[in-house]
Design a binder for this molecule. Structure first.
Ligand code: 7PJ
Length: 274
């Protein structure tokens, strides 16, 4: 059971977290309203497709991306939370900024998904005062430079030690285990071989004792394997989600909710027989 704000999420089957990017469309002259309404419309579509959680993000963390200002991120994310709260679906916010976390929680967010694992000063304290779930993700470096030349002696061991340390730190601040989620952070300061090694040994992270989240949807690791451009990575993405679920992932962060749900129904049918 994951405690996620006022929600209690059963993990008897893997949950699908639908990605809602709140990033301005440069071809639109509708300004803020167009950005908000496009994101909300997309979110409602993902709910229709069977999303269990929505992950709302106002800052791009793709390799090479530059950080957005706090004000800009708040302008993007808060109106979307306000429009979606009351839809009876847990809302996660993908942010590294304590101020955005605080405002998002006040606006009704149920979970904070931080690719920087709450390292910003004050972030852990904001979460300690809330009932929100937290996803700690592993990243090496920063989005700006993380793909320069990542190096590990033992990627699985190092990521695992890192995540265990974050869990211990959170619990020392009084944040209960039931609120915590871990994620090895596919593509965040990892080359293809590192990503494959993480996927091969994904069950190691499930052993940390809290739900495991995996996000490989449309990522460049899938492009490297298949040669497909980002818009054509549906089948590789669903395959990766299925493999992750078979290795113990309990939350799959994806763009393609409907197709992932269908594939996970087959996984669930197999798992019920053993
Ligand atoms: C992840 C994320 C991920 C978690 C992004 C993209 C890049 N949060 N935010 N895990 N990826 N927890 O979706 O390609 O893998 S943004």
């Amino acid at each position: 059971m994951l405690h996620c704000g006022s929600f209690r999420l059963s993990l008897s089957r893997p949950l699908v977290m639908g990605i809602v990017n709140v990033t301005p469309d440069s071809f639109s002259d509708g300004g803020q309203h167009a950005t908000t309404s496009a994101a909300v419309e997309h979110a409602l579509h993902l709910i229709d497709e069977g999303a269990d959680i929505l992950d709302i993000g106002g800052e791009s963390t793709r390799p090479g991306a530059m950080p957005a200002s706090t004000e800009e991120e708040l302008r993007r994310v808060i109106p979307v939370i306000e429009a979606l709260r009351g839809k009876d679906i847990p809302l996660s916010v993908d942010t590294c900024k304590p101020e955005v976390m605080r405002e998002a929680l006040a606006a009704g967010a149920d979970m904070i998904n931080d690719v920087n694992a709450l390292h910003a000063p004050g972030a852990l304290e904001v979460l300690a005062e809330s009932q929100a779930a937290i996803c700690f993700m592993h990243m090496r470096g920063e989005p700006r430079n993380m793909q320069a030349a990542p190096e590990y002696q033992d990627v699985v061991g190092e990521v695992s030690t890192f995540l265990a340390e974050r869990l211990a730190t959170a619990q020392a601040l009084g944040i209960t285990r039931e609120r915590l989620v871990v994620d090895p952070g596919f593509g965040f300061g990892k080359n293809l071989e590192h990503n494959l090694e993480l996927l091969r040994h994904l069950e190691c992270f499930a052993k940390l004792g809290v739900p495991l989240l995996a996000g490989m949807s449309r990522k460049s690791m899938l492009g490297s394997i298949t040669g497909l451009p980002v818009g054509e990575r549906l089948i590789p993405s669903v395959t990766a989600a299925v493999l992750a679920a078979l290795k113990g992932a309990k939350i799959l962060r994806v763009h393609d909710v409907r197709e992932t749900r269908q594939a996970l129904q087959v996984v669930a049918a197999i798992e019920e027989t053993n």
